[in-house]
Design a protein around this ligand. Structure first.
Ligand SMILES: Cc1ncc(C[n+]2csc(CCOP(=O)(O)OP(=O)(O)O)c2C)c(N)n1
Ligand SMILES: [Mg+2]
Length: 1058
């Protein structure tokens, strides 16, 4: 608010009724038409429409008339002619012909005539007095002014300070006079004149006209009391009227006694909870809600109304402030579970856990007010403020999707924000921009800002350049309600309206609870260091519970005894839970899960993976459908280039081969057939950045007529969604994380336009994808498709920064897991994510399908190709995809080198597209017998078992890792220590396997070790692996094509050195 307020020269605050009365005092009149007054020779008193604000207009008209009398309206022409011809004062004006019938005017004109002022009276049929029109226009302008800018004068700050650190505390919002009335002058005598109300106001309720005094009174009440509303920027008149209808009529915020008692009870719990924690754990950080305790009753009110209007499930995201209180009093999470978080107990289950004010929860319970069942989830979130916003939206969208809730009537989201973070974090904007996109909308989010007018130690004037912390919401036309957190009834009214708004228009809405922070940023912080004056005021401010209790006692709604009784009862509840918590010996992370997958894990062997190959008939069916134009091809005209693409696809199907796009379509299609929902999201994914995918065919003559073949493969298939996203990485990737955690039986993929851009979403990658399961026991099978490859396209179109993903892989480089039959699945089970760089379409097909074949879910990061999409050798046969085939973590050489391995002089490992460069070079130089190439398709978790066998197969070969990335990038720093471990371990394993067969294995896995192949080598000293690739660099790729080619040549030359 600081900016809005600072714009005006503020005067000492007076009561709202005095406030508007003060500016009604008559000011000296200024001369009406100054420049040409003499020439007009007409008295302004006798021509009253020349007064005040219209003078500039009259002057302009006069000057225009002087240059060309025909250029002004006939009425002005007559007036100026009469005036310059010396008409008597008051006689110059001649009314223009009446253009509109008066039938709609239900107020007799005579009643609108001013009681005094010496104007001629109106009799039926006589011309309308100009002053009446002007005054009406002025009143209309004032009404509009209140509607548009009343919020600037509203009394929404419980501390009554303009900004947190203004020295002259006690300053209040600028008066209504300055904001709404500056350009309109009325006398005290005008106050009792009746004015007809325009159709754009509802202050009159059933009355069509009101005295000016009452008009102003009601406008003050509606717009300048404890609620400030921003809504006039909304483009829809219907929506503006809807808000006016709910905010303008007198007494709209009035509550029944029962409602007041309910607010008091909820406020008692909210306050009591923080007090209890403060008493028991005085030096623990909990980011308490003190100063904004009304947040809890506010959320409950939003939930009550939304439930009454049909919502059954609410997904919430919120930051640290008041989070424990929300879990306790909004979600009703068992208090003893909350209290055990303070006890420093060990966890019973796996994971590294998170601090207590980040954990999520999921609760299904009866809403006692509406008597309906409701599901409430608070998403776990990281410290990174606002990062959870898109995740909540994705989860909400997914839940709506699975329930078939296409309009968002059953599932909705609530996002809570801090004032500083809401204004400062760009992801808020990105999330807002998803709110109305067809494949991302959640049909309206209720945003609640716990606006304590401070961010850690920073005042608003230093933390934002906008008037309000909520200005970001204006971009999506969301109405914004600023409300004084110390007026509980005003807060509840705003919550009612916001919930109804969401249910009516299914659009975002913002409730900005202006409040304060009674303590420091956390309970051990000293706020007086930085905000001494603000905190002096805070110390003098009574807690809202006390204020409200006093109010209700004085109104006779409750007695002091009742107030005490409610307080004592809650304290007893807390005390009992505290004692129960003391009995606990362990905490369970599972108690804090925000997305339980009921039924998914039950009865499953956690190490049993289903097959990923598919019967040929299915491949053919999907291939043909995917290669065919729309069924109504005669009418549906697609682009000629696409016809060619479809034709070549069909030829591939007939030849039992696939390219990248076809393999992807077959993976998606076969999963859809199996009832797995597939969703592919990202920038331009429908066509594909590289124009290879074409999942949506566009009619060339009919706008918006499209056809998506994969959505029409089988009559009973699962739904397929492919959607171009907004140009956002952070927001959209967060969204897909949320979508992916909702249901394990879905393949959710996000594709970066180029992998290079994934770092814009780094926070989501770090905070949710790589660490989410460890922190919150929440699994996600999300797939990140990352176009990657050094193809001379410069520093920002080459590298998905594979090294970063690998660095975050949590497998220990010094530990080589023992071999066993289910090695692959065990490794996958234990890793935090999978990182792969596939070199063949079949590999891509299998790894996508494996995501669903796994008995658990892990994120999958795939480096995907660019030039390989069309590379003639990057094709796979159906033979590599049919029943009985599987994902090959490592693709070994099967050429001449493999026929005589002991003669091979070099074994080069590599991953991804560089394989094709190596293949060509080896062929061109006739080195196929001398160099073996082994492709590592799954880089992490590192396939020790397969690589070990491959190393052993070529006992006399030097070992090399060839990569196209720079040395400090790509896979080298990941694979090098693992190769070292593997090469050292070979001897060690063989020695151990004779003496202690099975013992350490059974300790680890609880059963005896399966038979395994031991590899004999002649090496006494461990072999080593050397590096072949680009040198280290700061930038991922050169911008010079020549330098690129030179670098590539060097690495290929080096590759061939024997
Ligand atoms: C992205 C990010 N940057 C910085 C921080 C450190 N930080 C934690 S709380 C906080 C202040 C937040 O202020 P506000 O949003 O107003 O919430 P409040 O604490 O006042 O409720 C900051 C800067 C963070 N958690 N996340
Ligand atoms: Mg704040």
């Amino acid at each position: 608010m600081h900016r809005a307020r600072a714009v005006f020269v503020v005067s000492n605050k007076v009561g709202s009724s005095e406030r508007f009365a003060s500016w009604l005092l008559n000011k000296p009149q200024t001369a009406a038409v100054t420049v040409n007054a003499n020439r007009l020779k007409s008295s302004t008193a006798a021509e009253p429409f020349l007064n005040g604000s219209s003078s500039a207009y009259v002057e302009t008209m006069y000057n225009t008339w002087l240059s060309d009398p025909n250029s002004v309206h006939a009425s002005w022409d007559a007036f100026f002619r009469n005036a310059t011809n010396g008409a008597q004062p008051g006689a110059a004006y001649q009314s223009p012909p009446n253009l509109a019938p008066y039938s709609k005017n239900e107020v007799p004109l005579t009643s609108l005539v001013p009681a005094s002022g010496g104007m001629p009276s109106i009799s039926a049929g006589s011309p309308i007095n100009e002053k009446i029109i002007d005054d009406h226009l002025a009143v209309q302008a004032i009404i509009r002014s209140y509607q548009a800018r009343g919020h600037l004068a509203a009394d929404v700050d419980p501390l009554g300070i303009t900004t947190a650190n203004l020295p002259d505390l006690g300053m209040r919002a600028p008066s209504s006079e300055l904001i709404m009335r500056k350009y309109f002058k009325f006398d005290e005598a005008d106050m009792d004149r009746v004015f007809k109300l325009p159709s754009t106001t509802f202050i009159g309720e059933k009355e069509k006209a009101l005295p000016l005094r009452e008009i102003l009174n009601r406008l003050e009440q509606a717009y300048c009391n404890n609620i400030g509303i921003e809504f006039m920027f909304i483009n829809s008149l219907e929506q503006c009227n809807w808000i006016r209808q709910r905010m303008e009529p007198p007494n709209v915020t009035k509550m029944s006694n029962d409602q007041k008692r309910l607010i008091l009870a909820r406020l008692t719990r909210s306050t009591g909870f923080e007090n209890f924690l403060a008493k028991k754990w005085s030096s623990e950080k909990r980011f308490g809600l003190e100063g904004c305790e009304i947040l809890i009753p506010a959320m409950k009110q939003v939930i009550d109304v939304s439930t009454r209007l049909g919502v059954e499930s609410i997904i919430m995201g919120m930051p640290h402030r008041g989070r424990l209180n929300v879990l306790a009093n909004v979600c009703r999470k068992p208090l003893h579970q909350l209290f055990t978080q303070f006890a420093g107990l060990e966890a019973e289950d796996d994971g590294s856990g998170d601090v207590k004010y980040h954990l999520g929860t999921y609760i299904e319970r009866l809403n006692r007010v509406t008597n309906k069942n409701i599901r409430l989830a608070v998403c776990a979130n990281p410290s990174h403020l606002e990062a959870v916003d898109p995740v909540v939206q994705g989860k909400t969208r997914a839940e709506q999707f699975y329930r078939g809730d296409n309009e968002g009537k059953k599932v909705m989201s609530i996002l809570l924000h801090g004032d500083a973070a809401f204004a400062g974090q760009g992801v808020v904007f990105e999330t807002m921009h998803l709110s109305d996109l067809p494949a991302y909308t959640t049909h309206g989010t209720i945003h609640i800002v716990a606006n304590n007018q401070i961010g850690f130690t920073t005042d608003p004037r230093h933390s934002r350049s906008s008037a309000y912390c909520t200005d970001v919401a204006r971009v999506v036309n969301a109405p914004i309600f600023h409300v004084n957190g110390d007026n509980p009834e005003a807060v509840m009214h705003v919550c009612n309206v916001a919930a109804e708004w969401r249910a009516t228009f299914h659009k975002d809405v913002v409730i900005d609870i202006v409040s304060y922070r009674r303590n420091g940023h956390n309970e051990v912080d000293e706020p007086m260091f930085t905000q001494p004056l603000m905190y002096r005021t805070i110390r003098k401010t009574k807690p809202v519970l006390e204020k409200y209790a006093d109010q209700l006692i004085s109104e006779g709604v409750v007695t002091a005894e009742e107030v005490k009784d409610v307080k004592d009862k809650y304290e007893k509840i807390c005390e009992d839970a505290y004692n129960q918590a003391k009995q606990e010996t362990h905490i369970k992370y599972k108690d804090w899960l925000d997305s339980p997958w009921s039924g998914f894990f039950e009865g499953k062997d956690p190490l049993k993976m289903s097959a990923t190959g598919v019967v040929e008939e299915t491949l053919v069916h999907i291939g043909k459908r995917f290669s065919s134009p729309p069924p109504n091809a005669a009418e549906f005209e697609i682009h000629k280039g696409l016809l060619r693409i479809l034709k070549s696809r069909m030829e591939m199907v007939e030849n039992r081969t696939v390219d990248w796009a076809l393999a992807e379509a077959m993976a998606f299609g076969s999963l859809l057939k199996e009832g797995i929902h597939v969703r592919l999201s990202g920038e331009d994914v429908e066509r594909g950045t590289f124009s290879h995918r074409h999942h949506v065919l566009h009619h060339q003559k009919v706008d918006k007529a499209t056809y998506c073949p994969l959505a029409h493969l089988y009559p009973d298939q699962a739904p397929y969604t492919v959607c171009n996203s907004s140009l956002s990485e952070y927001g959209v990737l967060g969204f897909e994380v949320g979508y992916s955690v909702t249901n394990p039986n879905a393949l959710v993929l996000w594709e970066a336009q180029f992998g290079d851009f994934n770092n814009v979403a780094q926070c989501i990658i770090d905070q949710f994808i790589s660490s989410g399961q460890a922190k919150w026991v929440r699994q996600s099978g999300l797939v990140l498709l990352q176009p990657h490859g050094m193809e001379g396209m410069g520093p920002e179109h080459s590298s998905a920064r594979l090294e970063r993903f690998l660095q975050m892989s949590a497998d220990d480089p010094d530990y080589m897991p023992p071999e066993c039959s289910d090695y692959e699945v065990r490794q996958l089970h234990d890793c935090n994510w999978i990182v792969a760089n596939c070199s063949t379409p079949a590999s891509y097909f299998h790894i996508l399908r494996r995501q669903i074949a796994l008995p658990f879910r892990k994120p999958l990061i795939i480096m995907t190709p660019k030039s390989l999409l069309r590379h003639p050798e990057a094709r796979s046969s159906f033979d590599e995809m049919v029943d009985g085939t599987n994902f090959r973590r490592v693709i070994t050489d099967d050429g001449p080198a493999a026929k005589d391995p002991s003669s091979v002089r070099k074994l080069s490992f590599c991953t991804g597209r560089v394989y094709y460069d190596l293949l060509k070079e080896r062929r061109d130089r006739g080195l196929e017998k001398d160099i073996a190439i082994c492709r590592v398709e799954q880089i992490s978790p590192f396939p020790y078992d397969l690589i070990k066998a491959e190393v052993a197969k070529y006992p006399n070969a030097q070992l090399v890792w060839t990569q196209e990335e720079h040395k400090n990038m790509g896979s080298w720093s990941y694979i090098e220590p693992r190769f070292r471990t593997l090469l050292q371990n070979q001897k060690h394993i063989r020695a151990k396997s004779h003496s202690q067969e099975g013992s350490w294995f059974s300790q680890l896995f609880g059963r005896s070790q399966p038979a395994r192949q031991t590899v004999e080598t002649d090496c006494e000293k461990p072999r080593t692996i050397s590096y072949n690739g680009r040198a280290t660099a700061a930038s991922p790729a050169t911008g010079s094509k020549a330098a690129h080619n030179k670098e590539l040549k060097n690495l290929l030359d080096e590759f061939c050195v024997l």
